[in-house]
Structure formats: structure tokens, C-alpha cells
Design a protein around this ligand. Structure first.
Ligand SMILES: Nc1ncnc2c1ncn2[C@@H]1O[C@H](COP(=O)(O)OP(=O)(O)OP(=O)(O)O)[C@@H](O)[C@H]1O
Length: 623
């Protein structure tokens, strides 16, 4: 994974931008080596090409000025000669200056080209790494708003971060240019250099200050920026359009968007205005310094102490150096700013998942011999609390899921059924107690292997805006080109009847976002999603309200087939429909996160407890 060495992570991720001191900002520059390693890894050839081209280009300004000086001196010498003069040397010089001008343009273009190629590659690769890293993180991390802030800040760093590369390279290029020019100036008068430095320093300090404030503003507004993105999405997307219309939400959404974006604009505006004001005043100081030096050079030329060529060389060197120095100092302050943004990228990559395989993981048992044992399991969501009290989603939960057993989970909304399933698939780890599989803690097993063998179809399954075939193949994505297997799964989940009606069959794009995509009904989508369970050759199959959107006949058929699929395998079904639930070997009734009853349909009816009550309630509804 992309992780900077410790020394380069010195700027604390939690330091608020407002508190960033000059020291923090300089420390942020430590991110540069790690950044350069990343860019180098993207393309060593482009990286080297860029560096070399810039080096050559750096020498050109001083060389051009020097040739210009030689030309003027030669013209002055020739104009003072009697009779026909030999001008061949002069034309050689003019030709050389022309050549240098062409080279300068060509190198300039080449540098831009290499920058943009490298920039595109870097953006692509970093985005891919961002996704890779996201995939390695815990579900719990995705439920935390500050995580999204980090992700958002990191995402913004994938594009445009190569500006930093051009800046550092450009900076080096300018420094070399300035070195050449300074060598020329020092020969005449070192004090000129000092004057120049003094003239540009105030603008540099001001710029640093404003860059820091602009970074602070941008950072502290991350949640609002995400909200703006969200409002833009809700206000204009196929998934929300119908409710936005029905409930007449557009004014409300647009109003909120305008209010928030206006607040951001006002904050940005006041910063931009004071930056422009101070910038003007302080740059004028720089100009005054330049004209002071110019005055001195002209005086020396008038008194004959330097030649006309020297005058033009010095004046132009001085002007160019001022520009370059100003550029270097200002770039330096934006460099520290960019390095701070870089910190956001590294902070994101430094987030580590808590749920991972142990160093020597056990392979998932095949077949399962003893089953899963929940031993006094408790779990609470990190962000869950009510009236300031911690809320446990599950507590004191003990039961066994036998190999080959069909277990149904029953309970009212929020009772903890889905949470139990997530613990089984190790999307979360228990906060209390433990889950054993064949006598070993679930954490001892290889995570990827566990996920392969525990297949879950969630009630809020993902509806991919991709082809129907891929939507089924999700159950075993490596088999996405295995058409017979996809078709077989579709037949078993009744998705084949849905696909038969689609113009392009399995290749039909679903969802309306791309091309000629078509939308499906809720039940049709559910049949497609159920196909995923048949694709997966898992030992434990879990269906979380798999048939809620199916009509009665489809539900009946699905369960007939599902019984065949799970023959000899363990399965867990969550359902509010007792017609489904009663088919299970055992039924576990949850209430408020704790186990209330467990037993077969007949046993629980005989016990005449909560299950019997809920069952009779539903049965009465059908009478
Ligand atoms: N991601 C989450 N973050 C915080 N709390 C959550 C989260 N998911 C669920 N909860 C809370 O945990 C409790 C159990 O939720 P769970 O989803 O397991 O219930 P359920 O029995 O599956 O409900 P339903 O029948 O409505 O699907 C609920 O009180 C819920 O509010």
C-alpha cells in the first residue's frame, strides 16, 4: 500500500488546519520524497525525460541574454569601424540567438507535454489505488463521517497533484536559471543581488500567509463540500428524480445548495480580496527595488564604466531575475501548501483496517464439521447511542448454527438480525464474546477464504448499472465469462424469465444511467440479485429478506429451489414472512438485540411465546 515513512507523517492527521504553524508547513515538505517515489513509479521514463528537458531549458535564458549582449557589443564595435566591416561574426551570433529562441520554445512545449502525460498517468493510478485501499478497509470505517472527509480530501488529491511535480521541477529549473543569471550579476555588483532579495521578500511572506489561510478554509469546509456534492446529486439524478417531483423537493434542495455555496463563496471572496490587495502593494515594493537597481546600472553606463551590451545584459538579467526570484519564492509557498494537501492523501492511505487475516490464518474448513458457535456475543455500532447511552445492537447472544442446518431469523425491525449476519460474515468483529467455527475463533480463519465460503445476499443488495449477466455474476465475479453458469443461476433464481424479456438478454445494460439501459421492477431486480447466491459455491448461504419484493408465486418457487441449492449446506434466512420462516429447521427469535426463543416452528408454536404470537398475528391477517 501507498504509505509514507513515519518521518514523513509528522504532521498530525488530526491537527486542524487553523493550528498549522510555519513549522508544520515546512514539515509538510517532508512528503515530497514519498511523492516523488510515487511519481517515479508511475513512469521512470517520463520522469527522467521531464527532469532532463527542464535542466536544459533552465540554461537557456542566461545563454540568450549573454548572446544578446555579445550582439550589441559587436554592433557597437562594427559601427565604430571605418570602411567595409566583416559582419560574419555578428550574423553567427544572431543565428545563435535565433537557435536558442527556437530551442526554448521547443523545450517549453516538450516540458508541458511530459507534464500532462505524467499527470494523467498519476491521476489514473492514484485513483485506482484509492479504490484498492477503500476495498481493504472495514465496513465500520465507511459508516464514519470523518472517514468520508478524509476520503474526499484524498480523492481531490488524485487529480492536479502533478501540479506539484511541475512546481518542484519548475522550481529547480528556475533555481538553475537564477544561478546562471546571478553569476553574471555578481561579477558586476553583488549588492544588486541583495537588493533584489530584499525587494521580493515581503510579497513572499504575504503569499505564504494567504496560502495557509486558503488551505485552512478548504480543509475546514470538507464536510460542507461533500454536502454540496450530495445536494447536486440528489437534485439531479435518475434515482431521486421521481420523489423530487412528487414531493416537490427541488426548491428545498436548490435553496440549501444556494445557501451553502453562497457562504463558501463569501468566505473565499474575502480571502481573495485581501490577497489581491496585499499582493498589489507588496509587488509594487519589488518594482521599486528593480527601478532602484536599474537607475544605478544606467548611471554606470552613462559614465562609461560599462558597455552598452553590459547595460542591456544587466538590465535584462536583473528584470528576469526579479521575475524568477519572485516566482521561486511564491512557488515555494505554494509548494508547502501543495505538500500539506499531499498529507491528506497520505493520511488516507495510512488508515488501516481493524478486520484482517492473522499472520498464519487457518483455511476455511471444507466441509464444516461442528458449525458456528456464538458464545455470549455482543456488538454495538460505533456511532450508535440514544439519549447519551450506548446502544448494543446485539448482546449476550449464544447459539449454535449446526453444519447443514437451515436457520431462520425472526424479529421486529431493528432487533439485530442483519447485524448477526454481518458478524457471521466478519464484516464486523464482536465487541464482546466470540464466534467459533469448528472450535476456532472466526478471526483465526483466512478472511478472503471466509468471505468466499459465506455468501450473503443483503436486503439492500447493490444494483449495478452494468449488464444483466454481470449483475448475476457478482456472486462469483471471476466466472463472469462463464455463460452456462450464469444462465444456470438465472434459471434457479427465476431471473431467466426477467432476462428473456430484455432486448439484449444477458448483455442488456440495466439502470438508466448509461447507453440504452433499462430499469427493472423491484421484484425483477430481486430475482437478479438472488441469482448471485446460485453463482456462489459457498458453504454457508445467507439471505437477508430475499423475497420481500417477490409475488407470492415467485416466493414459493424460489424457496423450493433454494432448498435444493442449500442441500447439505448451512443457511440463514431473515424474513418477516412466516410462510418462509416455517420451512427452516430452527427459528431464532431476536428482540432488542437478545435471543428470546430458539426452536423449530412446531416447538415455538407449542411454547406459545413471542413467535407464536407473531405467527398468529400474521395468520389472522390472511383470514
Ligand atoms: N450501520 C449502523 N450504524 C449504527 N447503527 C446501526 C447500523 N445498522 C444498524 N444499526 C442499529 O442496530 C440495530 C439493529 O439493526 P439491524 O439492522 O441488525 O436490525 P434488523 O433486525 O435487521 O432490522 P430490519 O428488520 O429493520 O432489517 C438497530 O437499532 C439499528 O438502528
Amino acid at each position: 500500500m501507498m504509505k509514507p515513512p513515519k518521518s514523513e507523517r509528522r504532521v498530525n492527521a488530526n491537527t486542524t488546519a487553523e493550528e498549522l504553524s510555519w513549522r508544520d508547513r515546512f514539515l509538510a515538505l517532508r512528503n515530497l520524497p514519498a511523492f516523488f517515489r510515487l511519481v517515479w513509479a508511475v513512469s521512470p521514463a517520463l520522469f527522467l525525460g521531464n527532469a532532463i528537458t527542464r535542466l536544459f531549458r533552465a540554461a537557456l535564458p542566461a545563454a540568450t541574454l549573454f548572446v544578446g549582449k555579445l550582439i550589441i557589443d559587436e554592433v557597437v564595435r562594427l559601427s565604430g569601424q571605418q570602411g567595409a566591416a566583416d559582419t560574419s561574426h555578428l550574423w553567427w551570433l544572431v543565428g545563435a540567438e535565433f537557435g536558442l529562441a527556437i530551442l526554448s520554445t521547443a523545450f517549453g512545449r516538450l516540458v508541458s507535454l511530459l507534464d500532462s502525460l505524467l499527470g494523467d498517468l498519476f491521476a489514473n493510478q492514484t485513483s485506482a489505488r484509492l479504490m484498492e485501499h477503500a476495498a481493504s478497509l472495514d465496513l465500520e470505517q465507511f459508516e464514519d463521517a470523518t472517514f468520508y472527509d478524509k476520503l474526499e480530501r484524498a480523492r481531490r488529491q488524485t487529480t492536479g497533484r502533478t501540479v506539484l511535480l511541475s512546481q518542484v521541477f519548475g522550481q529547480a529549473q528556475e533555481l538553475i536559471s537564477v544561478g546562471f543569471l546571478a553569476a553574471g550579476l555578481v561579477v558586476y555588483n553583488p549588492w544588486l543581488l541583495l537588493l533584489l532579495l530584499l525587494a521580493v521578500t515581503p510579497a513572499f511572506i504575504a503569499d505564504n500567509y494567504f496560502n495557509q489561510r486558503s488551505y485552512s478554509l478548504s480543509r475546514s469546509w470538507t464536510p460542507e463540500r461533500r454536502e454540496l456534492d450530495y445536494l447536486r446529486y440528489v437534485g439531479a439524478s435518475d434515482e431521486t428524480a421521481k420523489e423530487v417531483k412528487i414531493f416537490g423537493l427541488s426548491d428545498f434542495l436548490i435553496g440549501r445548495f444556494k445557501e451553502l455555496s453562497w457562504q463558501y463563496y463569501v468566505k473565499n471572496r474575502s480571502l481573495a480580496v485581501s490577497r489581491a490587495g496585499w499582493g498589489t502593494v507588496l509587488t509594487a515594493l519589488g518594482t521599486a527595488g528593480y527601478y532602484g537597481a536599474y537607475f544605478w546600472i544606467v548611471l554606470r553606463a552613462v559614465s562609461g564604466q560599462i558597455s552598452l551590451g553590459d547595460l542591456t545584459f544587466l538590465a535584462a538579467s536583473f528584470r528576469q531575475m526579479r521575475g524568477s526570484l519572485e516566482g521561486i519564492l511564491l512557488q515555494f509557498s505554494s509548494l508547502t501548501q501543495e505538500s500539506m494537501y499531499l498529507q491528506d492523501l497520505f493520511d488516507y492511505f495510512a488508515i488501516q483496517p481493524a478486520i484482517h487475516s492473522t499472520p498464519d490464518p487457518l483455511p476455511f474448513p471444507n466441509p464444516i464439521r461442528e458449525g458456528f458457535v456464538f458464545d455470549n456475543v455482543g456488538f454495538k455500532y460505533a456511532n450508535a447511542s440514544s439519549n447519551g447511552r450506548e446502544r448494543w445492537a446485539l448482546r449476550n447472544l449464544s447459539f449454535t448454527l449446526q453444519p447443514g442446518e437451515k436457520l431462520a431469523l425472526v424479529g421486529e425491525n431493528g432487533a439485530g438480525k442483519t447485524t448477526l449476519v454481518k458478524l457471521l460474515a466478519r464484516l464486523y468483529d464482536p465487541a464482546e464474546g466470540r464466534i467459533l467455527l469448528d472450535g476456532h475463533d472466526l478471526r483465526a480463519y483466512d478472511l478472503a477464504d471466509l468471505r468466499r465460503h459465506v455468501g450473503v445476499i443483503f436486503q439492500d443488495y447493490v444494483r449495478l448499472k452494468m449488464s444483466a449477466g454481470v449483475n448475476i455474476a457478482v456472486g462469483d465475479i471471476d466466472e463472469r465469462t462463464n455463460k452456462p453458469r450464469i444462465e444456470q443461476s438465472a434459471r434457479q433464481s427465476l431471473a431467466d424469465t426477467v432476462i428473456a424479456k430484455l432486448e439484449n438478454g444477458y448483455d442488456q445494460q440495466l439502470g438508466r444511467s448509461f447507453g440504452k439501459g433499462v430499469e427493472l421492477s423491484g421484484g425483477e431486480w430481486q430475482k437478479i440479485a438472488l441469482g448471485r447466491a446460485y453463482m456462489r459455491n459457498a458453504q454457508v448461504l445467507i439471505l437477508d429478506e430475499p423475497t420481500a419484493a417477490l409475488d407470492a408465486r415467485a416466493e414459493y418457487e424460489v424457496f423450493q429451489r433454494f432448498a435444493g441449492l442449500t442441500e447439505g449446506k448451512s443457511s440463514v434466512i431473515i424474513s418477516h414472512r412466516f410462510s418462509t420462516v416455517r420451512m427452516a429447521d430452527r427459528i431464532l427469535v431476536l428482540e432488542g438485540g437478545t435471543l428470546l426463543e430458539i426452536g423449530s416452528h412446531a416447538e415455538l408454536l407449542a411454547a406459545n411465546g413471542r413467535y407464536a404470537e407473531l405467527f398468529q398475528l400474521q395468520a389472522r391477517g390472511y383470514q
